[in-house]
Design a protein around this ligand. Sequence first.
Ligand SMILES: C[S@@+](CC[C@H](N)C(=O)[O-])C[C@H]1O[C@@H](n2cnc3c(N)ncnc32)[C@H](O)[C@@H]1O
Length: 249
Amino acid sequence: MKPDAPLKPHPPLPDYYPDLAQRPAFVRGLFDRTARYYDHVNRLLSLGSGSWHRRRELTRAGLQPGMTVLDVAIGTGLVARQALRITGDPQSVIGLDVSAGMLDEVRRLLNIPLMQGLMEQLPVADQSVDLVSMGYALRHVADLNTTFSEFHRVLRPGGVLLILEIARPTHPLKRTLLKFYLGRLVPLLGRLTTGERDTQTLMRYYWDTIEHCVPPETILQAIRAAGFAEADCRVEFDLFRTYSGRKAI
Ligand SMILES: C[S@@+](CC[C@H](N)C(=O)[O-])C[C@H]1O[C@@H](n2cnc3c(N)ncnc32)[C@H](O)[C@@H]1O
């Protein structure tokens, strides 16, 4: 099942790129330039809880030794490292990212198969993996419909989709606090602690894409439209959202 109309995760953000055609190059360049600071900034924003949360969600999704994981938008490998802790086999976790800078970082840490490519056009065979994971990258794809169809295509029957995200809180006070924390404080701390203006831009962009992202119901609907059964979105603290789905057997 392949839905036709493109679904963009957020409207264009002209503060960062003059027109939509330049968005992919902006995103790739930003992640390339900030790759070596990504883990540091991530610790700032998650207050050190990131690895624990990623591992818990992989376990909840049913990841076990013997399964094959495709971790798309692997970044520095924050999800993949936890997947590897569970499966125990370096050949069982495959990473994909568009950014060469991010792939260089992950290569220093993990000896796993890595590919440079786009989530929207996975260079991966049909029905070849048991779990597709995507951590905090949903807001960067060109089209959610194509991306979810690709995830569905590469999963084996019965395979699981796991998407970790942060979403704009529904409660106005929480939203204001988060906007200050993620949109102002973390970008400033990122810049002060690394001396790099790009880390500030990365974190400002992070918040702006969260603030303008399509609502969770739209994302869930797109997951269903791509053919996934048991589509679900679990919410914690009105902030963390875990989307999941299963490819029918
Ligand atoms: C916020 S990082 C997430 C890294 C990691 N998954 C985590 O849990 O922290 C987003 C990653 O998505 C990658 N990315 C952005 N757009 C992409 C695309 N269209 N296809 C593949 N990777 C993409 C970026 O290069 C970056 O490494």
